[in-house]
Design a protein around this ligand. Structure first.
Ligand code: ZN
Length: 498
C-alpha cells in the first residue's frame, strides 16, 4: 500500500515538471490516414493512430474514440516513421571558418547551431547519430527546444592518424583524447609527450568511451585521400582488440573506410558498420561496371552481415561548390539562416573551395581523384554502382548522409539527408528499399528497434505526415505537412530558417 502511494506521488511529481519538448503532452489521434511502415508489405489506408505519452498507443482500421485527444485529419495523407540519419556531425557550423575571432562570424555560428536541429526536423529527420567526438557540441544540439533524438559515437583514431592529421598538433590530443597507441607504428608515430601508455591501449580507450553516453566507437581506416597513402593505420591486431573490447562493453563498432583496401580490413576485422560508401576502388577506379575484385568485396560485406552506409553525398557535397547556381537553390533559404546564406555568397566564404580546388588543380587530390569533371563523377558513380550491387545481393541498406562531410556549404543539415535519399534513387535503389533504409534498417542496425523504425504500438511517436506517397516518388520525402516529435505535431514551415 505504502509503496503504491509512493509511486503515485513520484508520478505526480514527474507530471509537475516543466514541459520539455520531449515530455508527454496531450494525446494525439491521427484519423483516416494511410500508414506506411516497414513491417507491412503494403500501405494501409483509412487507419487511425493514437499516441499517448509520446508513444504510439494504437493503430486501428476502425475509428478510435479518445475524447481527450487532439485530432489530426489524415485524409489523403501518408503517415511514416520519422527518418533516422545514421551519420551526421552536428559540431560544425557548416562553411564558417574555424577558430575565427570575428564577432560577426561568432554571431553566425550561434545562429547556425540554433537552426541546425530545426533543419533536420524540417526534412523529417527525427533521429540522428553523431560520429565526431565532441560531446559538448552534441549536448548543445540536443538542448535546443526542438531537436531530433540524438545519439553519438566516441571516436578512437590512432596516434597521428586520420582525422588527427587535419587538426592542430598543439591541441588535437586535448580535443580528441580517445586516441589509440599503435605499437606497429611506434617508431614513426610514438605517443605524444606526457601521455600515459596505459590510457591509450584499445581496451582502455574503449572502456573510457563506454563510460560516456556513446552508443558506438568509430575507428578510421584511412591512409590518405586521393593519391596519398602515408597516414598511419591501425594494425589488424589492434583492430581485433578494439573489436573484442566493444563487444565486451556492448558498443557498436563503426569504421570510416571508403577505399577498397581499407574496407577489406574492416570486413576482416568484423566491424558492425562501414560508415562510408565504396567510392575509391584503388587501381580499379576507372573500370566500368563492377570489377570482380569489387564484387568479391561487396559479397563479403553482405555475407558477413556488415552494415554499409553509402554516403553518396560526400563527393557532390564538395564538387557542388563549383556550381555557380548552388546558392540559388530555393531550399537553402529553408535550412540556412538568412545572414549565413548572405555570407556564403561573399569572397571569404569561398575559403574551403579555394583550399580544395585552388589555382592548382593538383590540390584537389585530397578528396580522391576529383581533379577533372570526369574523375569527379567517376568516384561518385563508383559509389552508386557499389550500392546498387549490394542491394541486388540482398543487403539491407542503411541511410547515412555524412552531413557535413567537410567544411562545405554544399552539405546542409536535413537537406543532405534528403539529397542522399534522392541519390540512392538515382543509383537505381527502389523506393521501398530507401524507405526501409531510412526507417527500420537503421533502427535495427543501431539497436533501437524497440523505440524507432516502424509505426507499431509501444514505439516512440516520431512520425511524418506527408502530402505524397514516398513509395511513389522520392520527392514525397520533401512534401512534409507535419513532423510529429514524441507525439507533438509541428508544422513543417514553422521549422524553416526563413
Ligand atoms: Zn563523417
Amino acid at each position: 500500500m505504502h509503496r503504491s502511494i509512493a509511486l503515485f506521488a513520484l508520478a505526480s511529481a514527474n507530471l509537475a515538471l516543466p514541459t520539455h519538448a520531449h515530455a508527454a503532452g496531450q494525446p494525439l489521434l491521427i484519423e483516416n490516414v494511410t500508414v506506411l511502415s516497414a513491417e507491412q508489405s503494403q500501405p494501409r489506408g483509412n487507419r487511425y493512430v493514437l499516441v499517448r505519452d509520446g508513444r504510439i498507443a494504437a493503430v486501428s482500421d476502425r475509428a478510435i474514440t479518445a475524447p481527450d485527444a487532439r485530432k489530426l485529419d489524415g485524409t489523403g495523407k501518408f503517415l511514416t516513421p520519422g527518418i533516422m540519419d545514421g551519420h551526421v556531425h552536428v559540431s560544425q557550423a557548416i562553411g564558417l571558418p574555424f577558430g575565427s575571432s570575428d564577432p560577426a562570424i561568432a554571431a553566425m555560428e550561434k545562429q547556425f547551431f540554433v537552426q541546425q536541429p530545426r533543419s533536420y526536423l524540417y526534412f523529417g529527420v527525427t533521429q540522428v547519430v553523431d560520429l565526431i567526438n565532441m560531446p559538448a557540441r552534441v549536448a548543445e544540439f540536443a538542448s535546443q527546444p526542438q531537436h531530433p533524438d540524438t545519439f553519438r559515437c566516441g571516436v578512437a583514431p590512432v596516434v597521428d592518424g586520420y582525422p588527427l592529421v587535419f587538426m592542430d598538433p598543439a591541441t588535437r590530443y586535448a580535443q580528441m583524447n580517445d586516441y589509440i597507441f599503435e605499437p606497429a607504428n611506434a617508431r614513426e608515430h610514438p605517443l605524444p609527450p606526457g601521455a600515459d601508455p596505459a590510457e591509450h591501449t584499445p581496451e582502455a580507450v574503449v572502456e573510457r568511451i563506454a563510460k560516456t553516453d556513446a552508443i558506438c566507437v568509430k575507428i578510421t581506416l584511412e591512409d590518405g585521400f586521393g593519391d596519398r597513402s602515408d597516414w598511419p593505420l591501425m594494425s589488424m591486431d589492434t583492430l581485433r582488440r578494439v573489436r573484442a573490447a566493444t563487444r565486451k562493453h556492448g558498443l557498436l563498432l563503426l569504421v570510416h573506410a571508403n577505399a577498397l583496401d581499407m574496407q577489406r580490413k574492416a570486413v576482416e576485422g568484423q566491424v558492425d558498420i562501414i560508415v562510408h560508401g565504396l567510392w575509391n576502388w584503388n587501381e580499379l577506379q576507372n573500370q566500368p561496371g563492377i570489377p570482380p575484385a569489387v564484387a568479391e568485396h561487396l559479397r563479403n560485406i553482405y555475407t558477413n552481415k556488415i552494415g554499409y552506409e553509402a554516403t553518396l553525398r560526400v563527393i557532390p557535397g564538395v564538387t557542388d561548390l563549383l556550381d555557380p547556381t548552388l546558392l540559388d537553390d530555393p531550399v537553402y533559404k529553408k535550412v540556412v539562416p538568412p545572414a549565413i546564406l548572405k555570407w556564403y555568397r561573399t569572397e571569404p566564404a569561398q575559403w574551403f573551395k579555394t583550399e580544395v580546388f585552388g589555382a592548382n588543380p593538383d590540390s584537389a587530390r585530397i578528396l580522391g581523384g576529383i581533379r577533372t569533371a570526369n574523375q569527379r563523377w567517376a568516384t561518385s558513380e563508383n559509389g552508386m554502382r557499389a550500392l546498387r550491387h549490394l542491394y541486388e545481393l540482398g543487403q539491407p541498406l542503411l541511410l547515412g548522409s555524412d552531413t557535413p562531410s567537410a567544411p562545405t556549404y554544399g552539405n546542409q543539415p536535413g537537406y543532405d539527408t534528403f539529397r542522399e535519399m534522392r541519390m540512392m534513387s538515382q543509383a537505381g535503389i527502389p523506393l521501398s528499399a530507401i524507405f526501409e533504409a531510412a526507417t527500420i534498417n537503421n533502427a535495427r542496425r543501431y539497436r533501437m528497434e524497440k523505440d524507432f523504425g516502424s509505426i507499431e504500438p509501444g514505439k516512440i511517436a516520431n512520425l511524418l505526415l506527408l502530402d505524397a506517397n514516398p513509395l511513389a516518388s522520392v520527392d514525397a520525402w520533401s512534401r512534409i505537412d507535419k513532423v510529429i516529435l514524441h507525439g507533438e505535431p509541428i508544422e513543417r514551415e514553422s521549422l524553416a530558417a526563413d
